[in-house]
Design a binder for this molecule. Structure first.
Ligand code: B12
Length: 275
């Protein structure tokens, strides 16, 4: 068992400011234990750290793994710091949400589905992710005159909250006003809210749960019957395929986050042309 030194001495050995070394610890890059109100680092970990540049400024490809670890540890500040560091290093909002946070959650989901991660761990990670994006959202939103309103909701009987919350932030970074009704929203409530939005451009439905096609069909039929005059974009792993989604009702299916963002941009353009 290698001996340990205080984080203050570790910072000196690494040639960085104490706060930088503390950030390495908080973001899970430098293993450390807190004992007697003080952080302690094993000498071996310092040796490994000083030789590997990966830990100092993690390459983009290992970041989802680091984010996954912080989320599973319930470490809100550490997860957020990793994403803010990536933005400081030039990552766009799209890259942070689509290439870092998305894959981290998908990996947690995969490990959960094969029993490597418990329901409690998945719940902790999800709750932490929700708090992280609630702090990240205001930083990626773009100020200025909005380009119209988009109403987002998760279809009924689907308890996945993050898909609309993540897309909401990316749409706000494109200066759209977004109303996110969250998971498990009855179709009637989507219609009620839509009727209250004068400059409504489109409705966006998230379908994550796999075996929910009947509810999707009912939701699309209810919205269609309300004749709101705006397109309905629907996406997520729960739609199966675009063909299947179209067979369920009048909608514009999207199979990825970027495709969804493009769909709303095109809808905005055609509305601008029509006005
Ligand atoms: C967290 C989670 C849960 C949590 C949700 C808690 C919460 N508050 O959100 C809970 C515990 C409730 C849950 C329950 C279940 N879950 Co779950 N869940 C997950 C997990 C780990 C993360 C989901 C998430 O939020 N991802 C966020 C982003 C990353 O998801 P995303 O789909 O990529 O979102 C993007 C797309 O929707 C895209 N998009 C594309 N086009 C469009 C269009 C619009 C309009 C919008 C808004 C978005 C959009 O934009 C989004 C943002 O980037 C996933 C794993 C995964 N792969 O994502 C499993 C996962 C989605 N769950 C799964 C399953 C099977 C279930 C359960 C059925 C398990 C069970 N047996 O009980 C239940 C279903 C409960 C229900 N009725 O909904 C499967 C779904 C497989 C499938 N499609 O059939 C997954 C993939 C796990 C797995 N690998 O098996 N789950």
């Amino acid at each position: 068992m290698s001996d340990r030194i205080s984080l203050t001495d570790a910072a000196e050995e690494l040639g960085v400011h104490y706060m930088t070394a503390y950030r390495y610890v908080r973001t899970g890059r430098l293993p450390a234990v807190k004992d007697g109100g003080q952080w302690w680092v094993a000498s071996d970990d310092i040796k490994n750290f000083s030789t590997s540049d990966v830990e100092r400024s993690p390459r983009r490809d290992v970041l989802p793994q680091l984010v996954e670890r912080r989320l599973l540890a319930g470490d809100e500040n550490g997860s957020l710091q990793l994403l803010l560091d990536a933005m400081a290093a030039g990552a766009s909002a799209d890259e942070v949400y689509i290439d870092l946070l998305g894959p981290a959650l998908a990996q947690i989901g995969h490990k959960w589905s094969i029993g490597e991660v418990s329901i409690a761990e998945e719940h902790l990670a999800t709750a932490t992710a929700l708090r992280v994006i609630s702090r990240l959202g205001p930083r990626v939103a773009t100020r200025g005159r909005t380009r119209g309103t988009i109403l987002l909701a998760g279809v009924s009987n689907d308890y996945h909250t993050l898909p609309t919350a993540m897309l909401r932030d990316l749409l706000r970074s494109r200066r759209f006003e977004v109303h996110d009704l969250g998971a498990h929203t009855p179709a009637e409530s989507v219609v009620d809210r839509a009727k209250m939005l004068p400059d409504l451009l489109a409705i966006g439905l998230a379908a994550t749960n796999g075996d929910n096609h009947e509810v999707i069909a009912e939701t699309l039929a209810t919205i269609d019957a309300a004749a709101l005059g705006v397109p309905v974009v629907i996406g997520g792993p729960g739609i199966g395929s675009p063909e299947l989604a179209r067979s369920l009702g009048r909608c514009r299916p999207t199979t990825s986050t970027l495709e969804a963002l493009d769909a709303f941009e095109q809808i905005h353009e055609s509305a601008a042309r029509a006005s």
